[in-house]
Design a protein around this ligand. Structure first.
Ligand code: HSE
Length: 426
């Protein structure tokens, strides 16, 4: 039986679950993976008191990178500062690395993989995208015979949990976020989940594998779910949609566009059924068409499952090098893909207001597919403005932004207009 000595840096939710699995259920990994994993050292900045196992603990995490007894450093501290130093030093010392750190991979992936190549070691990062759902393995192994054309998916468990709770239980945003944090789904700073950064980082990692682009989440266009209100969720339901945070990636020639936005998904689409903290990813390829991956994308056990899968792969020889190094495609912020749109506006309750708004859409050659304006129920006093919901035909992000700007200059519109994409079955 092969054996692997590991050093685990970070004993938060995920680190704790990795140690728990290896310590309490080693037989499963031995039986299924043919590997005996031994934890040689644990790095915990708060010391031995936070490690509920009888293991060698150091408060200086760089000790693990320097420990010549260790084959693989498991980086679970997150962020790009100490984590980057740890990973680089481990690689220079000839160690393989396994990480769940999407911020690190999506920001410094290119230089880290080059460094690893130079030193003949490997970096496993299955846990960085979709937690326990093996989408990285699918892209670099299972689908290796196919050209990927596009992917679409729900990549952040926390925001999916929040949107599901707001929709299913009428929870407030704050209560749902607190529950997601209590379940260990959210990042230590949940801003990264809520503002879309986490999903953008994951989407850029998928893009690097699917389309051979640089690891660069800053070239992803994205927004979070902060602007989604309970009213939007109610309107979505009324119109036969759910609101999901959806990441897209597509390639045309050597140009790749990756984006992640709150998106209306028709209830007859598969992605609308992905609730709670679940992730889902559809990958469409030339050869075989679409394949879909669904499963837990956040939380200690799913993430630990992906970390351990990488450890087993490393013990069994790791992953083959790709032949495309140095021939990267371009990752561009501006995409040509068109989406139908949802607009949420408030207009003055006066004659001609709706006519003016619809004329503006007509002038931009945008077709209105549905429009909701509810009768005012106030009896004692005339309502000064009324909400109006408009669903349009398809338009690009650039044209959608232009339309928002145009609507902003209409005197009869009294709110700051909101716009969301509507998922197209690509
Ligand atoms: N905070 C992340 C999420 C954890 O909610 O998806 C997994 O990366």
């Amino acid at each position: 039986m092969k054996s692997l000595k590991i050093g685990v840096c970070g004993v938060g939710n995920v680190g704790g679950a990795v140690l728990d699995n290896i310590t309490n259920a080693p037989d499963i990994v031995r039986d299924n993976g043919g590997v005996n994993i031994e934890v040689s050292q644990v790095g915990a900045r708060k010391g031995k008191s936070v490690v509920p196992f009888d293991l060698d603990v150091t408060t200086n995490l760089m000790d693990i990178a320097a420990n010549s007894d260790i084959d693989v450093l498991v980086e679970l501290i997150g962020g790009c500062d100490l984590a980057k130093d740890l990973v680089e030093e481990s690689i220079r010392k000839g160690k393989n690395v396994v990480t769940a750190n999407k911020a690190l991979i999506s920001t410094h992936g290119d230089e880290l993989f080059q460094l690893a190549k130079d030193h003949g070691v490997q970096i496993g990062f299955e846990a960085s995208v979709a937690g326990g759902t093996p989408v990285i393995k699918a892209l670099r192994e299972g689908l290796v015979a196919n050209k990927v054309n596009w992917f679409a998916g729900i990549l952040n468990g926390t925001t999916n949990y929040i949107l599901s709770k707001m929709s299913d239980d009428n929870s407030s945003f704050e209560d749902a976020l607190k529950e997601a944090q209590d379940l260990g789904l959210a990042e230590s700073d949940p801003t990264m989940d809520v503002d879309g950064t986490d999903a953008a980082q994951k989407a850029s990692i998928l893009s690097a594998l699917a389309f051979n682009t640089p690891f660069d989440f800053r070239s992803v266009s994205y927004e979070g779910i902060e602007s989604v209100s309970s009213d939007d969720i109610l309107y979505a339901e009324e119109l036969g949609y759910s609101i999901k945070h959806i990441a897209y990636g597509s390639i045309e020639g050597d140009e790749v566009h990756v984006s992640a936005y709150p998106t209306f998904v028709s209830n007859d689409q598969l992605l609308s059924q992905v609730g709670q903290q679940m992730n889902a990813l559809e990958i469409s390829c030339d050869g075989i068409g679409s394949t879909v991956y669904y499963g837990p994308g956040a939380g200690p056990k799913p993430t630990a499952s992906a970390v351990i899968a990488d450890l087993v792969d490393i013990a069994n020889g790791g992953w083959p090098e790709t032949g495309s190094a140095g021939k990267k495609n371009k990752l561009l912020k501006e995409g040509k893909q068109e989406f139908s749109r949802y607009y949420n506006l408030e207009v003055k309750n006066e004659a001609g207001a709706i006519a003016k708004v619809s004329a503006l859409f007509a002038a931009s050659d945008i077709s209105i597919e549905a429009l909701i304006q509810k009768e005012s129920k106030q009896t004692n006093q005339e309502q000064s403005h009324v909400p109006v919901i408009i669903i349009t035909g398809p338009l690009s992000d650039l044209n959608a932004l232009q339309m928002l700007e145009n609507l902003g200059s209409v005197e009869e519109i009294t709110n700051s207009v909101k716009q969301f994409r509507i998922h197209n079955a690509l």
